[in-house]
Every structure is written in structure tokens, then in C-alpha cells.
Design a protein around this ligand. Structure first.
Ligand SMILES: NC(=O)c1ccc[n+]([C@@H]2O[C@H](COP(=O)([O-])OP(=O)(O)OC[C@H]3O[C@@H](n4cnc5c(N)ncnc54)[C@H](OP(=O)(O)O)[C@@H]3O)[C@@H](O)[C@H]2O)c1
Length: 252
């Protein structure tokens, strides 16, 4: 297993300020986590907030040297979701697995031939079974609920956006089915669009109903707090939930 630890002054200082309160008994029970796709834009907030809660955190990435987080409870590990062995190698068996993987794509261009979510998540489940991990949190999208049969001609930005990304959302649907049919504890998250803004504590959850507000935005910070709140206990367990806000980047 190759572990990478990279130093970064800014993050080092930030994490020193957020140093875990190891004397807090109330936080001792929080599960360790492994963030899969740890170079994702949404990953740093989850890692940093998780460390601040006193958790052991592993970040798995194809290029772990890109993760600029230095903390005694953090380990960056090289891995690829197409390689089950690299995933199993990264797991100790007690972590909650949080998947943030997504394919790179050019905004405004049609996304085709995606199997990263379905094949990658099947690999993750195989590795988890091998090592004994029991809980998986995956990131899907509210877009999975909106895939049209045909290209719409309304000129709606949201509809065109979903049409161009339908190949991606279709693979998320395959992923959701694989997760739902697994014997794991799971939460499937269907967020709307992420933005890099401070926490606003404004997330809303669509539980058992379609995710409203297609063009709404949520901050990585709020999303991270939600994800971490789902690693223990049974809130929203074993179902998909929509994650949205009443805030828009542009007028809906
Ligand atoms: N961004 C949004 O507005 C939005 C909205 C709804 C849902 N989502 C979903 O939420 C999740 C997180 O979003 P994000 O924007 O933070 O993601 P992101 O920045 O696009 O990052 C995706 C991550 O997946 C990793 N990855 C790709 N292929 C991989 C592989 N074979 N093995 C391991 N890792 C691999 C990438 O690693 P490399 O650095 O090596 O490429 C990258 O770290 C994604 O599933 C995304 O589809 C995003």
C-alpha cells in the first residue's frame, strides 16, 4: 500500500486550528471514513470537517499527491475504482465508504459512454465485502430523476443540461440499482449543483419525493456536513434522497 503525505502550509494551519478534540467522549464513536475520489472538488470539505470531528480519514485518489492535506489522522492512498485490489488494499474494514467519483467532461458538450459510476461502485462493493465494511454513501444527482426520452425543444437551460448529461445520469441510475440491490447499509445522495461558497446551513432534503429546484445550488461545506451526519445512525438509511436548496446561481 502506498501512502502519500503531502505538506501544505495553508491547509496545515487550517487543520491545526481545526485540530480534533480527542478529549471529547461524545465524538469518540464517530466512524472513520474513506473518501473515494479524494481529489474531487467536494472532497476537501468532507476530509477537513471529518478530521475536525476527530475521525480517522483516508483519501483514495488516482493522484494522491494532489491532496494537500497534512494531518496526523489523515492518510492519502493511491487507488482506482476500476481496480478492486487497490480499493481493498486501502480499506481496514471499519470505515464508512464515501464515493465522490465522477468522470471529467467538458461543460456544454454531450457526455457519452460513462460506466464509472456503475462499474466503479460495483468494484467498491466487492472490495467492501472482502474487507468487511458495511456502509456506503454514494453521490448520484437530482438529474437522474429528469432524464427525458427525447430532446426537448423548450429551450430550457435545465432540460438541455440534463439532455447533454443523460449518459452520465443513466450510469448513475445503474449505480443506484447496484447499491440498492447490495446487502450493504447505504445512502444515495442526489444533490443539485455544488458551489464553492461558505456554509449556509440551508440544505433541504427530498425524502421519497422528486428533488425540487433543478437549478438550485448548495455549498460543498453544507454538503460535507450532511455527508458526515449520515455515517452513523439510521437517518435516511437505505434509500435515495434529494439534496437541494432554495438558492439559485441564476434565476430559475
Ligand atoms: N459538481 C456538481 O455540481 C455535482 C452535482 C450533482 C452531483 N455531482 C456528483 O457528486 C460527486 C462529486 O462531485 P464533484 O464535483 O466534487 O466531483 P469532481 O470534482 O468532478 O471529481 C470527480 C472525482 O472522481 C475521481 N475519479 C474519476 N475517475 C476515477 C477512478 N477511476 N478512480 C478513482 N477516482 C476517480 C476524479 O479523480 P482525478 O482527479 O484523478 O480525475 C475526481 O477526484 C460526483 O459523483 C458528481 O457526479 C456533482
Amino acid at each position: 500500500m502506498t501512502h502519500y503525505k503531502s505538506g501544505c502550509l495553508v491547509f496545515g494551519i487550517m487543520l491545526a486550528l481545526l485540530a480534533p478534540n480527542t478529549s471529547s467522549n461524545s465524538e469518540d464513536h464517530l466512524s472513520p471514513i474513506i473518501v473515494v475520489g479524494a481529489t474531487a472538488r467536494s472532497a476537501p470539505e468532507i476530509i477537513i470537517q471529518g478530521l475536525a470531528e476527530g475521525r480517522r480519514v483516508v483519501g483514495l485518489a488516482r493522484s494522491p499527491e494532489k491532496i494537500k492535506i497534512d494531518h496526523p489522522n489523515f492518510t492519502a492512498i493511491k487507488g482506482d475504482v476500476y481496480n478492486v485490489g487497490s480499493l481493498a488494499n486501502a480499506l481496514d474494514g471499519d470505515e464508512v465508504v464515501i464515493s465522490l467519483v465522477g468522470p471529467s467532461h467538458v461543460p456544454g458538450k454531450e457526455v457519452t459512454s460513462v460506466d464509472l459510476y456503475s462499474v466503479g461502485t460495483a468494484s467498491l462493493i466487492t472490495a467492501m465485502r472482502r474487507k468487511g465494511n458495511t456502509r456506503l454513501i454514494v453521490t448520484s444527482s437530482g438529474g437522474t430523476e429528469m432524464i427525458p426520452d427525447d430532446k426537448k425543444t423548450t429551450g430550457s437551460f435545465a432540460e438541455n443540461f440534463v439532455w447533454l448529461k443523460r449518459g452520465l445520469y443513466q450510469d448513475m441510475q445503474r449505480m443506484e440499482k447496484i447499491v440498492t440491490n447490495s446487502d450493504l447499509e447505504y445512502v444515495i445522495l442526489r444533490p443539485r449543483g455544488f458551489v464553492d461558497q461558505p456554509a449556509k446551513d440551508n440544505l433541504k432534503i427530498a425524502d421519497g419525493v422528486p428533488t425540487p429546484n433543478p437549478s438550485s445550488i448548495l455549498s460543498y461545506a453544507d454538503f460535507a456536513a450532511l455527508v458526515l451526519s449520515l455515517t452513523d445512525g439510521d437517518r435516511y438509511l437505505n434509500r435515495p434522497i434529494g439534496v437541494y436548496t432554495d438558492e439559485y446561481a441564476t434565476s430559475p
